[in-house]
Structures are given as C-alpha cells and as structure tokens.
Design a protein around this ligand. Structure first.
Ligand code: TTP
Ligand code: MG
Length: 362
C-alpha cells in the first residue's frame, strides 16, 4: 500500500458545539449545565451537553430523561439547527481562507489538507493556531484541532485535549501517541467492537497492534483490516472535498414480521431518529420523505411526500413518516421491512452538499 508521511492534515472539531452556541447566545446559560436535545418529559434524546453537564455524566445520545436523573439542575434547550448551520458556514469561510481541500464530516467537524495552503505557511501547527484564533474571534466559540500527517491521527489528536486543545503528532511519533490510548478512539471501533476486544483482553492500541490482520478480519470482517492499519497509525485516505449525495436512507428487516401499530411506530421512531442523526451528521438538508414497506409476502410499496420545510427534527420526520405509513397496508398486512429516506438535496445551498464520512460501523 502506498503510504506517505509527507502530508499535513488538520482535523478541527468545535467544542460542545450546540451547547456552546446556546451558551454564547444566552448569557444566563454561561457556566451552567446545559443539555441540548429533546425534552426529559417526552422520549427525547440528548444531542449534546455543555462541559458543565458532562461532569455529571451526561452524554450525547442518552435519553433526556436519564440526563435529568444524572443532573437534575441541568437546563434543557431545544436545538436550533438554523443557528448551528450559520456558525458552521462561518467556520467554513475561515477554512476556505486556508485551503480548498476541506472535507466536512458534520456541522462542527472537518478535515483540511494544508500541505500547501493559501497562507503560504509550511508549519501546519501555526496554520492550526491561526484557524483556532479566527474561529474564536469571528464566532466567539472554541474549537480543538489535531495536526498530523494523516486523517486518522489528526482526528484522534483533535479529541486528545478538549476543549480548546491543539495536539500535534509529527511523523515518527504515532506509536508513542497511539499506544497508551483506548482502542475506542479509533473511528469505527464503537461500543460493540470494543466489548469484543476487551473480552479478548485487548484494551489499549498497543495491544491491538499485537493482533494479526487475519485474526482481526475474522472477528470484524472488512473493518478488521482497517483496525489493523489504524493500530499502526496508517491511513492514506485523501481529504476528499468532492463527493455528493442525492439521498440518504435507513432501513431495517425485522426478525419477526410486525403487525401491531405500536410495534410499527416504535420501529419507525427508531429509524427516523437514526435518519435524522445521519442527516445532521452529514449536513444534508432535504425536503422529500420516502417510506418503504416490504410486506411478509415480499411485495413492496413506497410512499413519498415533499414538504416546504427541510426535514431536520426527528420528531417532525417521525410524524410525517407515520402519515405516510397510514397510506400503506402496514398493520393489515404483516411487515418484514421498513425504510425511511430523505432526498432532493439538489438545488439546496451548495455548501450543504457535503461528502459522506467513510464509515466502518460494525
Ligand atoms: P460532537 O463533535 O461529537 O460533540 P460536541 O461538539 O458537542 O462536543 P465535543 O467537545 O466533544 O466535540 O458533535 C457535534 C454536534 O453534533 C453536537 O454539538 C451535537 C450533535 N450531535 C448529535 O446531535 N447527536 C450525537 O449523538 C452527537 C455525537 C452529536
Ligand atoms: Mg465537537
């Protein structure tokens, strides 16, 4: 595999992004535990929490109800995606001053290839300092950055010291940087893969490095090959600013066919939340929703609708999907598969047609 340590890559990630924007815009929230997401009364989910709330163990993706138990004094705020997008665009403009090789991963995170850059500065560390300072002065927010010679290490480095961190890993220092860290810092090693590894006594990257490639592939399939290279700090993926997406969908085939309305809606809820999370992760805005149903006899139907507003809020997506579900025979005929998708990104503002992150989910 061609492998080069000649590139200079920066990964930038805003600190407690949604919560930081809320705290910036509402002084009464400053210094307080803030939870952005759904309500604790409903079945809402935490999008993110301010660092003050994280001290109590509040984390992204946990239920808002659980967050309230962990931190009863937390202030719950509903997300305001338009404002996050606005900040995201400002940050994007700062990146553009540095390079055109920008690969956003979400509203608050991007890779930059600064091997050559518009500042004419060979020192990637100084470039990263410049970016952080610009973000601070233009948005009033803080970001953390990782600087290295590939995307993998730059990403792990940006997460290494948060908030307001700057971590530089020069060629030749990857092993000493990675070895003591948990395997879970490797993108793609989620809770399930980590559990599998821990069961084998593998907890640190130094230990992961002792596993053979074939052994990892046997355990994790294609991802195993990635884990093998990642443990060595190897990653030759280019910073890729150009891919486009026209639609994004999620679907699930059930082990048992579903007939009860309650079961159908529960599964639909799960799918809509997953879809909404991925849409915001990839900064995609769409107005058309498609529901796909496969009945137990394998016949398929799809139902679509196009709306004036962008499909962003998971509860909104869900209520619209439920309306589409009513236009099918689901509930009268058993259902083996449900899918939901959003499309018509075309014609949306260009900067929102962002590439997909390379994913290695288990
Ligand atoms: P992250 O960068 O993962 O988190 P963060 O910026 O809040 O905190 P950190 O300082 O650790 O980087 O995600 C960016 C935003 O994306 C986050 O503010 C809210 C949103 N988000 C969700 O809506 N759901 C999620 O599960 C996650 C992880 C993030
Ligand atoms: Mg962040």
């Amino acid at each position: 595999m061609p492998y080069s340590a000649n590139r200079k890559i920066i990964h930038v990630d805003m600190d407690a992004f949604f919560a930081a924007v809320e705290q910036r815009d509402a002084p009464e929230l400053k210094g307080k535990p803030v939870v952005v997401g759904g309500t604790a009364e409903g079945r809402g989910v935490v999008a993110t929490a301010s660092y003050e709330a994280r001290k109590f163990g509040v984390r992204s993706a946990m239920s808002a109800a659980r967050a309230k138990v962990l931190c009863p004094q937390a202030i719950f705020v509903r997300p305001n995606f338009e404002r996050y997008r606005e900040v995201s665009r400002q940050v994007r403009d700062i990146f553009e001053k540095v390079t055109q090789k920008i690969e956003p991963l979400s509203l608050d995170e991007a890779y930059l290839d600064v091997t050559e850059n518009r500042l004419g500065n060979q020192h990637a560390t100084e470039v990263a300092k410049y970016i952080k300072a610009q973000i601070r002065s233009q948005t009033g927010l803080s970001a953390s950055a990782g600087v290295s010679y590939n995307k993998l290490i730059a990403k792990i480095a940006s997460d290494y010291r948060k908030p307001d961190g700057l971590t530089v890993v020069a060629p030749g220092h990857a092993a000493e940087f990675l070895d003591p860290q948990s395997v879970s810092v490797i993108p793609g090693i989620g809770p399930r893969a980590r559990e599998k590894l821990v069961a084998l006594g593998i907890d640190r990257i130094s230990q992961l490095r002792e596993m053979g490639e074939e052994q990892l592939k046997a355990l994790f399939g294609k991802s195993g090959g990635w884990f093998y290279r990642a443990a060595r700090g190897e990653d030759d993926r280019a910073v890729n600013p150009s891919s486009e997406r026209k639609s994004l969908s999620v679907e699930d085939t059930f082990t048992i066919d579903l007939l009860e309305q309650e079961d159908l809606e529960r599964e639909l809820r799960r799918l809509c939340f997953k879809l909404s999370e991925r849409l915001s992760k990839h900064q995609l805005l769409g107005k058309s929703l498609t529901l796909k149903v496969t009945y137990s006899d394998f016949t398929k139907v799809t139902r679509s609708a196009t709306f004036i507003q962008h499909l962003v809020d998971p509860e909104d997506v869900l209520s619209k999907a439920v309306e589409l579900l009513k236009k099918t025979k689901a509930g009268q005929q058993p259902v083996r598969l449900l899918g939901v998708g959003v499309s018509s990104f075309k014609g949306e503002e260009l900067e929102l047609e962002f590439p997909l992150q390379m994913e290695f989910w288990e």
